[in-house]
Design a protein around this ligand. Structure first.
Ligand SMILES: NC(=O)C1=CN([C@@H]2O[C@H](COP(=O)(O)OP(=O)(O)OC[C@H]3O[C@@H](n4cnc5c(N)ncnc54)[C@H](OP(=O)(O)O)[C@@H]3O)[C@@H](O)[C@H]2O)C=CC1
Ligand SMILES: O=C(O)[C@@H]1CCC=N1
Length: 264
């Protein structure tokens, strides 16, 4: 493809997107420009052939697809800074939490295809789930953006009103899964493994469990039934976790996170 991509905001997610784009060969590294005020931290991407700069205006001018990956409170000023460079060739993709398509439309003030995409950091290794909604885009423009995120993992097209929920489940979810894995590693060390082996076992076990659901299309409880030998050790462990509020604490955490987005 010949489109040039500008990633405005080369932080945790912006760099993960750049890494994923390079790995997937969706585009050549020299078709990507990534910006931040202090671009010195982007040297690794520069070594791979990506253009790094603090100049949003030139990055936008020289691109067709603009991915906004700054923090929510920064977006209005950032768009204001490059707004004059936006022309009919541009498509805007925002991965910013809590900023709606209509907010973006007000900031951009031009009739351009606008996308909200909610990926997670596994986009760096093409294993994201990216929830997408959009406005003002043709079928061709939409399929270009969807194809791009499909090369970076899986895509769910969703109603925009579910975007905050998608943020919590899909994007924050990476951190929640990591904490679950970390707790397993801590427990694994207590019952005898060195940290490295405990980490391998915990991570591969979670990966295998997720793959069972994705490949079999089954419900978690069906897979649990296959593991819980009657009178065995799994059910004893699971029930103790539930007595201690395992599912309840996860549900409450997800809802607290969701309420935080609504409050901001
Ligand atoms: N991290 C995640 O897993 C996810 C994050 N998001 C959303 O993505 C966005 C980015 O999050 P995250 O990457 O974690 O945040 P970071 O703080 O890591 O990244 C934001 C980046 O924006 C840069 N920046 C700030 N001002 C400007 C500017 N004027 N021009 C260009 N770049 C600028 C900052 O660098 P500098 O200070 O050098 O300018 C920083 O590197 C947020 O809106 C977040 O809600 C969504 C899904 C997942
Ligand atoms: O913590 C945050 O606000 C961002 C949104 C999703 C993941 N990180």
């Amino acid at each position: 493809m010949s489109e040039r991509i500008a990633i405005i905001g080369g932080g945790n997610l912006g760099t993960a997107i750049a890494e994923g784009l390079i790995k997937s060969r969706f585009c050549k590294p020299d078709a990507i420009t990534i910006t931040k005020r202090n671009p010195a931290t982007l040297k690794e991407l520069e070594k791979k052939g990506v253009t790094i700069t603090a100049d949003n205006t030139t990055a936008v001018k020289q691109s067709d697809l603009v991915i906004l990956a700054v923090k929510p409170f920064q977006v209005a000023a950032v768009i204001e800074g490059f707004k004059k460079q936006l022309t009919a060739k541009h498509t805007i993709v925002s991965v910013i939490t809590g900023v709606s398509l209509s907010d973006l439309q007000e900031m951009v003030k031009k009739s351009l295809p606008l996308f909200r995409a909610m990926p997670n950091t596994a986009i760096a290794i093409q294993e994201s789930i990216t929830c997408i909604s959009y406005s003002n885009a043709t079928e061709q423009q939409a399929s270009f953006v969807v194809d791009m995120f499909n090369t970076l993992g899986k895509v769910a097209l969703i109603d925009e009103k579910l975007m905050d929920a998608a943020t919590v489940l899909g994007a924050c979810g990476t951190a929640y899964a990591m904490r679950y894995i970390r707790a397993n590693i801590q427990a694994g060390i207590e019952i005898g493994f060195d940290a490295k082996t405990a980490s391998l076992i915990a991570a591969q076990t979670v990966k295998g469990a997720a793959e069972l659901l994705l490949k079999n299309g089954s419900h978690p409880e069906q897979e649990i039934d296959k593991v819980t030998t009657p009178k065995g050790c799994t059910i004893v462990g699971l029930n103790e976790m539930e007595h201690r509020g395992f599912s309840s604490s996860l549900i409450r955490g997800v809802i607290a996170s969701y309420n935080k987005i609504a409050k901001d």
